[in-house]
Design a protein around this ligand. Structure first.
Ligand code: F6R
Length: 368
């Protein structure tokens, strides 16, 4: 049942090319327009939306952070991302023109469920992004985008996360289509870039041995930092969460620009720092990330850099270089998170931990 893998988690990491492809399937009509079968909100209802609040917990929350970047960029609608457990308690401003997007792999997370009940009681529409057909959260929502990851058995979310990202991109592009903030051919171009991702993930998985070896050299490490910027920031947070969950290590993700505002004080000789390097582009993201990497390295950190293949500018500052396929910055989380999942899985396994059943954790958290 684990298809020759030692852990369900590892099997599920390797299923990600298929899971992403399945989640993209059937989303385009013959004419090329996007269609979402359980959208159930009319174009007019969607056009009336002037604010989106995304609520989720844990890994799903990080998918929401990526969604914010995509929706704001493509649709020009302001997006807040909030932990479901915090949402109700701050008296959020909600009305019929606010769309609440609840992201939940299991569809049963109690905090997220209570949050959507609250949102609906305030007349907001709720759209669920969920992997579990017929679970409570989609049943209580106005609309649903189902992800097609298949059942996720490992407690730590992997393919669930990647397919949530796909659903978030689809939602963003669909809103752009309905609101007319992007031309049809731009939407088609992003869809084609998304459709190329399964093969690109396959390429990353094909180089798993490099990551496994790296992980094994880190048995005994007490602390690991992760840095990212833009869409790479939630990837850094997710990489750190995987390591906490599975290897019970102190692991923290930071926005690279925040380093100098405090976290750099943590850096000492030999500290491993995993850096998600944005693709080279016209913006200054890449250069800024590079200087962050130089800063930590100058203070003795061992820099492990995930960067676009052929990016020679990074070589002088990377103690270890993990190549990533070329993708636009907004889509980079789909490929960049994969080596971090492999790293956490292998490190925990080498430490002798039960990767599929980490201590103190449950697959779905049905208490608040
Ligand atoms: C992390 C993980 C958890 C879940 C969180 C939300 O690997 O699995 O952080 O992401 O409990 O769960 P769902 O998405 O089912 O609401």
């Amino acid at each position: 049942e684990k298809d020759g893998h030692d852990w369900f988690m590892r099997k599920e990491i390797f299923e990600q090319p298929r899971a992403v492809a399945d989640s993209l399937l059937g989303r385009r009509t013959r004419s090329g327009a996007l269609q979402l079968d359980e959208m159930r909100l009319s174009d007019q209802e969607l056009r009336d939306i002037d604010k989106i609040i995304i609520i989720a917990a844990g890994t799903s929350f990080y998918a929401g952070m990526v969604a914010k970047y995509a929706i704001e960029h493509w649709c020009r609608i302001p997006v807040e991302v909030e932990l479901s457990s915090e949402f109700r308690y701050r008296d959020p401003i909600l009305d019929y023109s606010t769309l609440v997007v609840a992201i939940s792999q299991s569809g049963e997370t109690a905090d997220t469920l209570q949050a959507i009940r609250h949102a609906r009681s305030q007349r907001s529409k709720v759209l669920a992004i969920c992997n579990t057909n017929g679970s409570t959260i989609p049943r209580e929502s106005d609309a649903v985008i189902y992800t097609h990851a298949g059942p996720e058995i490992g407690v730590a979310s992997t393919k669930g996360f990647l397919t949530q990202l796909v659903a978030c991109y689809l939602l963003a592009l669909y809103l752009a289509q309905v609101k007319g903030t992007r031309y049809g051919d731009e939407i088609t171009q992003v869809m084609e870039q998304l459709e190329a991702v399964p093969d690109q993930i396959e390429a990353v998985l094909g180089r798993c041995e490099q990551v496994y070896e790296l992980a094994r050299t880190h048995v005994g490490t007490r602390s690991v930092l992760f840095l990212g910027r833009h869409a790479g920031y939630p990837v850094a947070l997710e990489g750190a969460l995987k390591l906490k969950e599975l290897a019970y290590l102190h692991a923290e993700g930071f926005a690279a620009g925040e380093l100098k505002h405090g976290p750099i004080a943590l850096v000492e000789e030999g500290l491993p720092v995993l850096c998600v390097v944005p693709p080279r582009g016209r913006d200054q993201l890449h250069g800024k990330m590079l200087s962050g990497i130089q800063e930590v390295r100058a203070r003795g950190a061992v820099t492990i850099c995930l960067a676009e293949e052929g990016d020679a500018t990074i070589t002088p500052y990377a103690d270890v270089l993990i190549p990533l396929p070329r993708v636009p910055v907004l889509l980079q989380p789909l490929v960049a998170v994969v080596p971090l999942q492999l790293f956490a899985c292998e490190l925990a396994s080498a430490m002798g931990h039960d990767v599929d059943q980490p201590r103190n954790l449950a697959k779905s958290v049905t208490v608040e």
